[in-house]
Design a protein around this ligand. Structure first.
Ligand SMILES: *[C@@H]1O[C@H](CO)[C@@H](O)[C@H](O)[C@H]1NC(C)=O
Ligand SMILES: *[C@@H]1O[C@H](CO)[C@@H](O)[C@H](O)[C@H]1NC(C)=O
Length: 246
């Protein structure tokens, strides 16, 4: 059944791609609403599947590889490496607003998500909230009620030989305003389970303050990964096939 359904989803996507990938007209005065509806109904719910023919990997969970946090400030003086980061939650985001500015070649997107979960292995040495830690294991950072804003700048480039035009994304910024965060780092003190539990409780009581120390690394990794995913997608669909012809 599952295979059957995903074959149908792929079939629909392929059908759409033949005419226009985004079922909107660029001249539509309500273009932003149209693109927003497309993202809501066609893209977001399908992010649990990969579409290799369009250069899109599975986005929920989104594999981010390794993320490093090396920094010192009052709360966190820490070398922290998260490896094999899996970022869950993109297939349930609620699109709030979409803004395409064709003249400036900018695209902006606002969304809200009730729950993101970041799971990974970690190695950490240094200080969190003045506690000297030295541990490794699994960690779970769960963030509730995030407001996210994505802004990208693009160009439309023409292939010198084929004359086919493609969108090329130049920059992608990813900004989040998290609500409540929960963090759990297994084995923070190399084997001392009691202390690890105690400190995790303290971390959770202060997670809103601590999160800004951990999230910039992840945000940067997300932005970089999406920039390359966006470009691999746009390289496969000519600009003229993105929208419905006028
Ligand atoms: C983090 O790593 C750097 C480079 O290896 C080192 O100089 C620094 O002392 C380390 N910081 C902590 C808190 O362990
Ligand atoms: C991660 O933490 C959240 C919040 O504490 C919890 O609901 C979830 O079950 C955890 N997930 C895993 C895989 O540990």
């Amino acid at each position: 059944m599952k295979i059957f359904l995903s074959v149908i989803a792929l079939f629909c996507l392929a059908e759409i791609a033949q005419g226009a990938f985004i079922q909107c007209k660029l001249s539509d005065p309500k273009l932003n609403n149209c693109i927003g509806d497309q993202i809501k109904t066609q893209w977001i719910p399908n992010l649990k599947k990969a579409y290799p023919e369009y250069g899109i990997p599975v986005m929920d969970p989104h594999f981010l590889g390794d993320v490093k946090v090396t920094q010192g400030n009052k709360q966190v003086g820490l070398n922290y490496t998260a490896s094999d980061v899996l970022f869950y939650g993109l297939s349930t985001v609620e699109i709030k607003k979409v803004q395409l500015n064709q003249r400036k070649r900018e695209f902006k997107l606002w969304y809200f998500n009730k729950k993101f979960i970041q799971l990974n292995s970690y190695v950490a040495k240094g200080k969190i909230l003045l506690f000297p830690i030295n541990g490794h294991g699994k960690s779970n950072i769960t963030i509730l009620n995030s407001d996210v804003h994505i802004a990208l700048k693009y160009d439309i480039v023409q292939d010198a030989n084929t004359k086919v035009k493609h969108v090329k994304v130049k920059t992608l910024d990813y900004m989040t305003k998290p609500g409540k965060a929960y963090m759990n780092f297994e084995n923070l003190f190399n084997g001392d389970k009691y202390l690890s539990k105690q400190i995790n409780d303290v971390i959770n009581q202060n997670s809103d303050e601590l999160l800004p120390s951990f999230s910039p690394g992840v945000e940067k990794a997300v932005a970089q990964s999406w920039l390359s995913t966006a470009n691999s997608f746009f390289s496969k669909i000519p600009y003229d096939e993105l929208f419905i012809k006028e």
